[in-house]
Design a protein around this ligand. Sequence first.
Ligand SMILES: NC(=O)c1ccc[n+]([C@@H]2O[C@H](COP(=O)([O-])OP(=O)(O)OC[C@H]3O[C@@H](n4cnc5c(N)ncnc54)[C@H](OP(=O)(O)O)[C@@H]3O)[C@@H](O)[C@H]2O)c1
Length: 243
Amino acid sequence: MANTLRYALITGATGTFGQALVQELASHYDHFFLLGRHINKLEVLDDSLKRANCTATLIPQDFTAPFDLSILRNHIHEKTKALHFFAACAVTHPKAQPFKDVALTSWLQTFQVNFSVNVMLIKGLMPFFQHDDLAYLLFPSCRFLPAYDTAYAASKAALDQFIENVAQEYVSRPHLKWCLANPGLMQSPLLQALYPGYQQKDFPLARERAQTLLKHLFDNTQAAQPLQKIDLDKPSSPFTIEH
Ligand SMILES: NC(=O)c1ccc[n+]([C@@H]2O[C@H](COP(=O)([O-])OP(=O)(O)OC[C@H]3O[C@@H](n4cnc5c(N)ncnc54)[C@H](OP(=O)(O)O)[C@@H]3O)[C@@H](O)[C@H]2O)c1
């Protein structure tokens, strides 16, 4: 009998947006591969998934430490041959400071977490997307890239450009839905770090952002373009979808 269970993998699952996304995805997917740095935080998320009748494989991993992709692949293989949703929510944001004062190791680690790990994951996990079911690959982008955040800004811009290019290479695989989505500013430590002067309460909760984003992602399955761009922070409307 065909395996009808649906599988999702989320990095940064214990973060503000990652957690919200997992909770919203619980009604769409059956099993979650959850990556985060701390097992205790992953266990809390696992409990909430159990209450939603989902199961999870918890994978604690710090992306600045050596990362053996074959271990991750084995975890997935034990459960399934196919992934149906991937979201890259792990992100790091070092203290904002003038470039002349930034330690090079910190700059490179930011690039590792925000960019290079995603390149590794796309390459290494692609066999799990070689099926004919609809599969989404979601990459949160960020339009708010202030000065003194060179590593964060450059790594986010690099990821956006990489996804723009790589999605074009999969144009003959229309079941793969690549998505670059700016979820918009939301109440989060990242907002606090990027804009310390902003009042958190003036911004939506991550759960609202995740819900809106997924609605637009899932409502556009007919789009023929290989890459869908969603921006929940465009000033002209609460959301705008570009293709
Ligand atoms: N928040 C916003 O207002 C906003 C606005 C626009 C775009 N975005 C985008 O949304 C995405 C998620 O942002 P967020 O606000 O959810 O960030 P967040 O709350 O800071 O969460 C970041 C996640 O990444 C994990 N992480 C950090 N360093 C790591 C490392 N070295 N190795 C492995 N995992 C690591 C964190 O793990 P721990 O839980 O262990 O810390 C956490 O799960 C990002 O791509 C961001 O650019 C956010």
